[in-house]
Design a protein around this ligand. Sequence first.
Ligand SMILES: [Zn+2]
Length: 342
Amino acid sequence: MKYLINMVVILWIGIFPGLAQVSYPDNEDGQYEDMLTPQYYHALEGDTFRLEVNKFVHYSRLIPFQHPLSDSLGNVASYSLGRGFGEGLGPGGTSSHHPAFDYYLGNSSTFVNMYAVCDGVVNIDRTVSRYRHYLSITAEVKDSTGSELGKVVVFYGHIDLDLDEADGIDLDGQFVKKGDLVSKHLYSGTMGGPHLHFEIRYYRKADSGLEDFYGGQTEDKTIPSAGPWSYGYWNNNSGYGFAHPLNHLNSEVSGIPTIEPVNKLKVYPYPNPTKENINIRFKDAGGIKVFTITNATGRQILQRKYENEEFVKLDISVFSKGIYFLNISGNGQNCIYKIVKE
Ligand SMILES: [Zn+2]
């Protein structure tokens, strides 16, 4: 066992110097795989289109997000997850799919507080039957130089805009901040009971002619595409797709890029910045994972080793404020993250 740990240590020291080259996470082998176009999945490694999409997704994930059911104190209302992300679908799949999470909560109550998951501009719509009513928030995606790459649009489906308006909530066209209350009512007549259908879409600037896909202003926007995934709102030749919510909700990265852009572990420690704890959730609980935190001068401050843990919480409340580097090593991979202690 000790031999194995030594191997891991040597491995990550060996990898550490190779940080200079910028590439972006590949979404095909993601921990939480996004749904992108078949064109994306058929593109070769290094293909320009694929690199562009990877870059877009990388910067999309740097937008600070919170949970749609989290209040200002960080308390997330308890829910059960109905249909999960991507059910019935993969690249090349043809059966009906679900590019979203369904949150059931409140024992079929329609009174549910929902909050802005990110800063952005609100649109509301009552005309797209598959959502009944929805509210969307559009956030700009920019690269590190500030140039626009596209938009991330989050959808709150199956809400009741009429009841919201009766309560004085009418946010159409307005800019909201992460954490603002955006709706208080789920629709009572949704099949399977009231639930929030929460969806995240990616739109690249290169596909800007298709931006009003999510506006629902004309009928053809609800007709399934002829592409192999055949679920509508889709252009087989464009680079937009759907994000796995956990890729965003799991990563309160607050605009601080990881040191190593290639996050092979597909793990996003959160919250960051943090005052007390760093949480790390793995898809695969198996194997040994080693966590090391060093300060800005390179001095090691904390080391922990866990075996077969799916979720790890590191208490750094006693650390002084500043920048730290978290090394996570496991499953033959090593990743380094910049952590800000507040
Ligand atoms: Zn749904």
